[in-house]
Design a protein around this ligand. Structure first.
Ligand SMILES: [Mn+2]
Length: 224
């Protein structure tokens, strides 16, 4: 049984496929994707198609990111739609060959609506952005879960390790604070898409150009 987390994909379908080719996700695996499937990068539509297929052959847990929040809101709020376009929504629409959300397939809306706010395992919990350390996961404000910048001054009250994305680590390596790890490594911006083996702390990183490299978490900001 392997437990993986994958950081912010942002339309980087080639990098996602490269990780899958290497790790061959299968029926014995749990894969938690940390949200932000769409926007900014080139292939939002292909990423969602890929995840819909991946869901049929492993236990796939798809978290919601702030870009899914924005896309859902844009469907009902035309003035917000214009905002979203400038936050990467324009690239998402291009991947569908359209300029309007009316052309997004129903299966893709169903996928986006099905995304969850957090996920818990025995020793870890998974969120897109961050949590307030003193509040149980079920009581976290959406603003924190989807939008807050990474900070991990104190461990979460659950005692579990937090695995998150959202705050791009532009030098390309995960930020490991011991009780919290951020694995958004800027795939769409010329960085890497990170897949962390949560059980071993080994990670694989793929670029949009097909490069692959390996690493192991090394705590860089010990909790105090
Ligand atoms: Mn985000």
């Amino acid at each position: 049984m392997r437990l993986f987390a994958i950081g912010d994909i942002h339309g980087c379908a080639d990098a996602l496929r490269r990780l899958d080719q290497e790790l061959v996700f299968g029926a014995a695996d749990t894969v938690v994707t940390l949200g932000d499937y769409v926007d900014r990068g080139p292939d939002s539509r292909l990423v969602i198609d890929y995840l819909l297929e991946l869901r049929t052959r492993c236990r796939l847990i798809t978290l919601r990111g702030n870009h899914e929040v924005m896309m859902l809101r844009s469907r009902d709020d035309h003035s917000f739609f214009r905002n979203w376009l400038t936050y990467g929504g324009e690239e998402a629409l291009v991947s569908y060959g359209t300029t309007t959300l009316d052309d997004i397939p129903a299966a893709h809306w169903d996928f986006i609506e099905s995304t969850v706010s957090y996920h818990e395992e025995e020793h870890e919990f998974f969120v897109h952005a961050n949590v307030l350390p003193d509040l149980p996961l079920a009581e976290q404000p959406e603003k924190t879960l989807f939008w807050a910048h990474f900070s991990a001054s104190q461990p979460h009250v659950s005692g579990r390790r937090m695995i998150c994305g959202h705050s791009a680590q532009k030098e390309g390596r995960p930020l490991d604070c011991g009780h919290a790890v951020c694995i958004d490594t800027f795939a769409y911006g010329g960085g890497w898409l990170t897949c962390l083996d949560v059980g071993t702390n080994a990670y694989w990183q793929a670029s949009q150009h097909g490069d692959l490299r390996l690493g192991t978490l090394t705590e860089s900001h010990p909790s105090s």
